[in-house]
Ligand binder design. Structure first.
Ligand SMILES: Cc1cc2nc3c(=O)[nH]c(=O)nc-3n(C[C@H](O)[C@H](O)[C@H](O)COP(=O)(O)OP(=O)(O)OC[C@H]3O[C@@H](n4cnc5c(N)ncnc54)[C@H](O)[C@@H]3O)c2cc1C
Length: 233
């Protein structure tokens, strides 16, 4: 796990027999044989053969076959701005640290965007401002205001943690959108780390967990970063 100011991410759960499960799902659609026989057959021991079929099926848009794979990540050290972007993905499941039940006891942790970090004068002002917010938050909670109401003053920069789970189809979609340079740096780093954690265990996934332009061979963004030809140009 990388230790820096950005997201700390660990893959905490994934099926052991990922490739074989997807292969069985793919073959079941086109075979007179039962799923159990397919799962136990010789081809289901041959990684190259399984990958060839999976690639063919997935590139034809037959995505239900990869929905059988569920993975979970333990994520910490992300800002509330970043977590808010992540929770927009509707096929994911989340359990996030509560600002109602977990009361801040002193200065809350926060993430400083690089653009502010790199400007020493603004960085100082930013830190002072976070300090003032913290003082007011503590004034509110000391006066008996419940944490669920005092949190109204906490900023987007406040750090949070969560367990996030999703199936492989949604992870590929998440990577396609959030590894794109048009996504904000913090969520790009978070999603890159989620993908890297899984690729360490399942290297064959490196061709799927890519920005959308690599999947499609073109860019559909107005402000293209230039690494791929722009659609229609
Ligand atoms: C660079 C970038 C900038 C963004 N800027 C903004 C912004 O300014 N304002 C803003 O509000 N959001 C913004 N978003 C969020 C964006 O609009 C999506 O809400 C978010 O990316 C989730 O994507 P999604 O809906 O494709 O994916 P998911 O919610 O992960 O769903 C996956 C797929 O399931 C299908 N699906 C899910 N739910 C439905 C449904 N109800 N009906 C039909 N199909 C469905 C769709 O095919 C969808 O692509 C931004 C996202 C990115 C990547």
């Amino acid at each position: 796990m990388t230790q820096d100011k950005y997201a700390q991410v660990r893959l905490i759960s994934k099926p052991e027999n990922m490739l074989k499960t997807i292969y069985t799902a793919c073959r079941t659609c086109y075979s007179a044989d039962s799923p159990l026989n397919i799962y136990d057959c010789d081809s289901a021991q041959d990684e190259e053969k399984m990958l060839k079929l999976i690639s063919k099926v997935v590139s034809s848009g037959h995505y239900s076959t990869i929905e059988h794979i569920q993975v979970s990540f333990a994520i910490s050290n992300i800002s509330r701005a970043c977590s808010h972007q992540l929770v927009r993905h509707r096929h994911m499941s989340f359990s996030q640290k509560s600002q109602r039940y977990v009361k801040e006891k002193g200065q809350f942790d926060y993430l400083t965007p690089d653009t502010i970090e790199n400007n020493s004068e603004l960085k100082q002002k930013f830190d002072d401002f976070m300090g003032k917010i913290s003082e007011f938050y503590l004034e509110l909670t000391d006066a008996g205001i419940p944490a669920e109401d005092a949190r109204a003053v906490l900023p987007n920069a406040a750090s949070t943690s969560m367990v996030a789970s999703l199936n492989l189809r949604e992870l590929i979609h998440l990577a396609n959108l959030r590894l794109c340079t048009r996504a904000q740096k913090e969520i790009r780093i978070l999603v890159k780390r989620m993908c890297e954690e899984l690729i360490k265990e399942e290297p064959w996934l490196k061709d799927y967990l890519v920005p959308k332009c690599e999947r499609w061979g073109f860019c559909d963004e107005d402000k293209s970063c230039g690494r791929m030809p722009v659609k229609g140009q």
